[in-house]
Design a protein around this ligand. Sequence first.
Ligand code: PMP
Ligand code: GLN
Length: 378
Amino acid sequence: IQSKLPEVSTSIFSVMSGLAAAHQALNLSQGFPDFESDPKLIALQHKAMLSNKNQYAPMPGIFDLRKEISKKMELLYGVSYHPETEITVTAGATQAIFTAIAATIKKDDEVIIFKPAYDSYEPSIRVFGGKVISYQIDPETFEINWVEVEQLITSKTKMVIINTPHNPSGQIMAKNDMKQLERILKGTNIVLLSDEVYEHIIFDGEQHQTAALFPALAERTFITASFGKTFHNTGWKVGYCLAPSNLMAEFRKVHQFNVFSVHHPTQVALAQYLKTPTNYLELNSFYQKKRDLFLSLLKESRFKFVPSKGTYFQLLNFKEITSESDFDFAMRLTKEQKIASIPISVFNKHHLDTHVLRFCFAKTDDTLKKAAEILCNI
Ligand code: PMP
Ligand code: GLN
């Protein structure tokens, strides 16, 4: 067949995790914890499996889980998403992103994305014939010039995709960024996809600026979220999508023929687990401690960094260590020093190389200490 995605090869996450395994390296590349999910949550899933919850769940997700997600949005942000018509449970955020794009994008539609960008956006747009319009975020300051973004909008712009807290930079959208975006999109037919998978991992007392808080955004936005990131079980692949009912109706038309519904016992367990808000409210301080430990141990290293503001990723600049490309350096570190990371040029426009690697600190303190020891000797 003629490839629909000729430019796509194996994802960097598979490449680096594969290399880490082959070389028995510490794996701080792909974003997942090296510790277990709460045994209480695992027990809830086990219980659901023993209680006859092993057949198809309802297409949009079990009502109890949608109700708990709705209550969480009310509690955290004072916004209302109706469980019946505005919330759908998905097979991770990846499927929510793909389905939102599939429901919206036709051939030649333009989609504005911000680089560095999570790797699934671009192929998901292209596979439906959409055209990716990239805006490169300033690699030094990570600031977005909204006047420049506005200039990228044409009559063909169908969607804008944002991600806050941002993978891989660890930056967050400020209230003013969201206000600027709201100003630009107000009065247009442009749909917003707001990828908020790290909403519960944000540091130093900052507030997550969900698109749901901005009325002129909320009315046009698919918000995507991931329980894997929040409850330390990325392998369960359960997430969800929030959107106003007109958008959600289109989303579900695709969702029902994409997966139809997702893992039933996990939904039962998550619904129960969400009833205790501390289960997600404590995540910020949990990960802030890990970020602070990792960075305090790296003080003596030759890497330069600005502390991550959110996500469980930390960028480390290696300009003073070597002039190798980030890709070559990441490969060499994995093979020779036994520590794996992600070169971030793969997420940049024209693969711009800023000599920066991404390290995942969703790791036990012991792993972080071992990692820092290696990095301090480089
Ligand atoms: N968006 C971003 C920004 C991510 O980092 C990830 C990786 N977790 C996803 C989406 C996909 O999430 P999930 O694993 O739930 O599919
Ligand atoms: N979101 C994870 C990361 O950024 C990886 C997810 C994946 O492997 N597809 O590392």
